[in-house]
Design a protein around this ligand. Structure first.
Ligand SMILES: [Zn+2]
Length: 391
């Protein structure tokens, strides 16, 4: 068995892979320098004076081991971002950073109603974010509107109506960024999807896709509940590993597979919020081995001090996953994207080219015939590769 790659080799391998961003919160994705500048511009006291001190403050918050504590950082970023110009800048920079990190397609998310207490109407917030994404035309992107699940259900209905108002609108023409889906974010435990059934029914009946945070801080069964309310993708879903390990609850994982749900897994975030013990013991490996459709994401790059490449590198370094697994996951992510067919097909072509390159024997310049992997075949190919790990 080969040894695990060094951190530098893992990062180099991860950087070379194409990425599909499905789960990244814009209010958790600011550059540190931008956050400091925006706080200064708005006359808000920063918890640290410079980028290095701010990085340590963020590290301290990240390692508190609690979702609630983790969410506190958002109060700061939301206050800093509460102008149309700041929102457009943050969205543009997030898209540029994702593109520089190898993204071929990206969906970013945020809860626009959070800006209302700062005097910024939610419609203006969404328009500014779409304008910002449109300023990075090289990356096909879209916006997911979140509602905060701890707020009263009426607020979620307002967020749903906001999402529906923007679902067909794009500042960059038919192919430009638009609102592509709806999500419930925030503290999961104690706030199941059923609490927001009215809003979710509105979204479902209008045909706007849904991805819901579920099975992060609460039980595996919440994932199926989210699906019953219309979710086609699940934010996190890592609690499914508990059902996988319990013969009496394996039907939950069977149903997730049968429904074709796709999990947006955010390994480092899960460690920081206590949803997973470590990267080495993260449930992504057992869920992948079980043939669940899933992919790797950042959640909040600012708060978790991470990136798509850093997430993938950590998995290559600390688990049995190999680049072929990550590419197969990325392919599933592209298939599960809510962007239009053209963007999805273009992303799939880039990913398939990378799969073909990886499958080619090294050294002799000859390539094997292209092996296009369907999502199911990708999962089973990856699952079978686990029987004889590559290292
Ligand atoms: Zn999230």
């Amino acid at each position: 068995m080969e040894r695990a790659p060094t951190p530098a080799a893992a990062l180099a391998a991860a950087r070379a892979l194409p990425k599909v961003v499905l789960h990244e919160h814009l209010d958790g994705a600011l550059r540190i320098g931008t956050l400091l500048e925006l706080l200064r511009e708005r006359g808000i006291a920063a918890p640290a004076a410079d980028e290095a001190a701010m990085a340590s403050w963020l590290d301290g918050n990240a390692h508190a081991g609690s979702l609630e504590r983790f969410l506190e950082g958002f109060a700061l970023t939301v206050a800093a971002m509460a102008t149309p110009a700041a929102l457009a800048r943050v969205a543009r920079e997030a898209a540029e950073d994702a593109l520089a990190d190898g993204a071929v397609l990206a969906e970013f998310r945020i809860a626009p109603l959070l800006f209302e207490p700062f005097g910024l109407p939610a419609d203006d917030a969404v328009q500014a974010l779409l304008d910002g994404l449109a300023q990075c035309p090289a990356l096909p992107s879209g916006l997911i509107v979140c509602a905060m699940r701890h707020l009263p259900p009426g607020e979620t209905v307002r967020a749903a109506r906001l999402a529906l108002r923007f679902a067909g609108r794009s500042p960059g023409g038919p192919a430009g960024p638009r609102v592509v889906a709806f999500d419930l974010a925030g503290a999961e435990r104690g706030h199941p999807p059923a609490e927001h059934a009215e809003a979710l029914a509105l979204v479902r009946h209008a045909g706007l896709p849904m991805t819901l945070h579920a099975g992060e801080a609460d039980a595996a069964e919440r994932v199926l509940e989210a699906a019953q309310h219309g979710a086609r993708r699940i934010g996190h879903g890592v609690a499914l590993a508990q059902a996988l390990a319990d013969p009496a609850r394996q039907h939950v994982v069977d149903e997730v597979r049968a429904l074709g749900l796709h999990l947006e897994v955010c390994p480092t975030s899960n460690v920081h919020t206590g949803a997973a013990p470590s990267i080495a013991r993260h449930p992504i490996v057992s869920l992948w081995r079980a043939g669940v459709s899933l992919s790797v994401h950042t959640d909040n790059p600012l708060f978790s001090r991470t990136s798509m490449s850093a997430e993938m590198a950590a998995l290559l370094e600390h688990t049995l996953l190999v680049p072929a697994d990550l590419l197969a996951m990325t392919r599933q992510a592209a298939m599960a994207s809510f962007l239009g067919n053209a963007a999805r097909e273009a992303a799939l072509r880039r990913i398939d080219a990378a799969i073909e390159l990886l499958a080619a024997p090294a050294g002799n310049g000859a390539r094997r015939p292209s092996r296009r992997l369907s999502p199911t075949a990708a999962a089973s190919a990856a699952a079978s590769s686990k029987a004889t790990p590559a290292r």
